[in-house]
Structure formats: structure tokens, C-alpha cells
Design a protein around this ligand. Structure first.
Ligand code: HEC
Length: 277
């Protein structure tokens, strides 16, 4: 081989590797979104997880398929999403923007386990293509499949099998959302702001209409907190619980929340008194 020819070959190879590597890096990221938090798992990030393989009766291919991939529960744990919350909904977004959702309560009820397939083990290379309109497409980079206990029994809930998945978002289910912040045309702006303050600062510990944490007391049912506590006291208490009660388990919000935000959250709490479950 002449040196010139060798050099050209090297350059071509270099570009093929670079362009291929580049395209791959962009398309193999899986994004996990929860509220305003985003966690991007790159190809490297997946190395921290246990690669498993499963056999499923695949409704997309209408036959048994073998896949290598990762359990969704492991992926969510890596992204810092705790135990699946039945008051949430998982929404899977595909490369083309398609979204499929499933209520986590339904997943729990079905007993099925979600598995994120990254490789078709029935094919030597690549994926067996799926017809989509006039095209044949590959279900990668990520294809969500389900392992059910009894594969021949159709599960009572319909589970989505989204392919070409690139994003998973975890959101509040409509039902929970309706209890926490019902659709109603009597909302003022401060109520809307206060709802946001509440979900971001208080909900981990307190529930409203039984939606939320259980570290602190429920604040709306059967009695709304503003029906039995004075607003002025509450504002001071939320700002600094320990100046009322030694060993209070509630952190103080003076400094973290502005005076306006404290008023907003109280407006939201008061408004919820008119929207009890
Ligand atoms: C880390 C958990 C935690 C967070 C976060 C938290 N609280 Fe509390 N809260 C508690 C606990 C526990 C109590 C029970 C009373 C105590 O410990 O003093 C309480 C009590 C209360 C009470 C009842 C006061 C009374 O009369 O007894 C109100 C109202 C309240 N919290 C509002 C809020 C608001 C509004 C926020 C957010 C800005 C918030 N809390 C954030 C844990 C928390």
C-alpha cells in the first residue's frame, strides 16, 4: 500500500469514526424528567447499571422476542427517582415527539415490570425492523417492553410499548393534581403562586386533600388549617416553627421564602378550604 493511499484511508476512517460516534452520542442519551429536574443518562452512565436480558411475548412483533437492556426501576433509581409513586404518571417520549402515558397505579396493579431494551438478541446486528406507515423503523435506541407474570393472560390494563424512546417523564396524575389544585375559575394569581410554593417546599411533608407527605399533618381535611388557626400566627409559625415549639420537626422558612411567598402559600391554603375532597 502506498503511503498516500494509506493516508487517505486513515483520514476516511477517522471521519467515519468521528461522525458515527457523534451521531451515536446524541441519540443514545435517555432523559429522565421529574418536575423541573432533568437527569440525562449517557451511554457511559448506563455502565453503572446491571445489564440484563429477558424474553417477552411482544405485541408489536406479535411473537416472542429476546432483548438485552435495563430494568426501568434501576434507571429511575440512578436518576434519583425514589420508589414508584402511585399518584404519578409515566410519560414516554419518542424521537419524533410521540408520547405514551401510563398511570403508575395501573402498572402496580398489573404486576408487570418495565424493561428498557437496548438490544434485539434475535438479530446478529441492529434491530428487527417494525413497519410504521410506509417505512420500516428500528425500535432503538430504547424500546420499552414489559415483563408480566403470566404472559399469555392479557393484562387488565393496557400497557404502552413505546419504541425509539428518548425521554421518560414522571408527573402527577390528573386525579392527584385535581385534588391538590382543582380546575376552577376562582383562582387568584397569588393562589397559583402559592400552589407552586407549596409543591416545592411543603408537599414532601404535608398533604392537602390527602395528597402529599405524611411527616407533618394534613392541612385541609376534615378542617382547613385556616379554619382553626389564625393567619397571623400561621405566617409566623411557618417562618420559624422553633420559636414556638422547641424540637419542632418543621424547618423554618424565614430566609428561604420571601414575605410575599409566605402570603401566597397561605392564600393557596385558604383557597383549598373551599375545595375539600
Ligand atoms: C420537613 C418536613 C416539613 C416541611 C418541609 C414543612 N413542614 Fe409544616 N410541619 C411539619 C411538622 C412535623 C409539623 C408538626 C408540628 C411541628 O413539628 O411543629 C408541621 C406543622 C405545620 C403546620 C401546623 C401548625 C400548627 O398549628 O400545628 C402548618 C400550617 C405547616 N406545618 C405548614 C407548612 C408549610 C406552609 C410548609 C412549606 C412552606 C411546611 N409546613 C413545610 C413538617 C414540615
Amino acid at each position: 500500500m502506498s503511503l498516500k493511499y494509506f493516508r487517505t484511508l486513515c483520514i476516511i476512517t477517522f471521519f467515519v469514526i468521528v461522525s458515527h460516534g457523534y451521531a451515536k452520542a446524541a441519540s443514545t442519551d435517555l432523559t429522565i424528567v421529574q418536575g423541573s429536574n432533568k437527569y440525562v443518562i449517557t451511554e457511559n452512565g448506563f455502565r453503572a447499571l446491571h445489564l440484563d436480558s429477558i424474553v417477552v411475548l411482544d405485541p408489536v412483533y406479535k411473537k416472542h422476542k429476546r432483548y438485552a437492556g435495563y430494568w426501568l426501576s434501576d434507571i429511575l433509581a440512578l436518576a434519583g427517582v425514589g420508589h414508584p409513586d402511585p399518584n404519578t404518571v409515566w410519560t414516554f417520549t419518542a424521537l419524533d415527539g410521540y408520547k405514551a402515558s401510563v398511570a403508575v397505579a395501573d402498572v402496580v396493579q398489573s404486576g408487570a415490570k418495565a424493561f428498557v431494551a437496548i438490544e434485539d438478541l434475535d438479530k446478529e446486528e441492529g434491530w428487527e425492523k417494525i413497519p410504521q406507515g410506509k417505512e420500516w423503523i428500528s425500535p432503538g435506541p430504547y424500546y420499552l417492553v414489559w415483563q408480566t407474570a403470566l404472559e399469555d393472560v392479557t393484562p387488565s390494563v393496557k400497557l404502552p410499548w413505546p419504541y425509539q424512546m428518548v425521554e421518560i417523564s414522571i408527573g402527577k396524575s390528573d386525579e392527584a393534581q385535581q385534588k391538590l389544585f382543582p380546575d376552577s375559575n376562582d383562582k387568584s394569581e397569588s393562589v397559583t403562586r402559592g400552589y407552586k410554593v407549596f409543591t416545592q417546599n411543603c408537599m414532601a411533608c404535608h398533604s392537602i386533600n390527602l395528597q402529599g407527605g405524611v411527616v407533618g399533618p394534613e392541612l385541609n381535611v376534615p378542617k382547613n388549617i385556616l379554619e382553626y388557626e389564625d393567619r397571623k400566627f400561621l405566617k409566623e409559625f411557618i417562618g420559624s416553627p422553633s420559636s414556638f415549639r422547641a424540637r419542632s420537626k418543621m424547618p423554618g422558612f424565614n430566609g428561604t421564602l420571601s414575605d410575599q411567598e409566605l402570603d401566597d402559600v397561605l392564600d393557596y391554603l385558604a383557597w383549598m378550604g373551599k375545595h375539600k375532597i
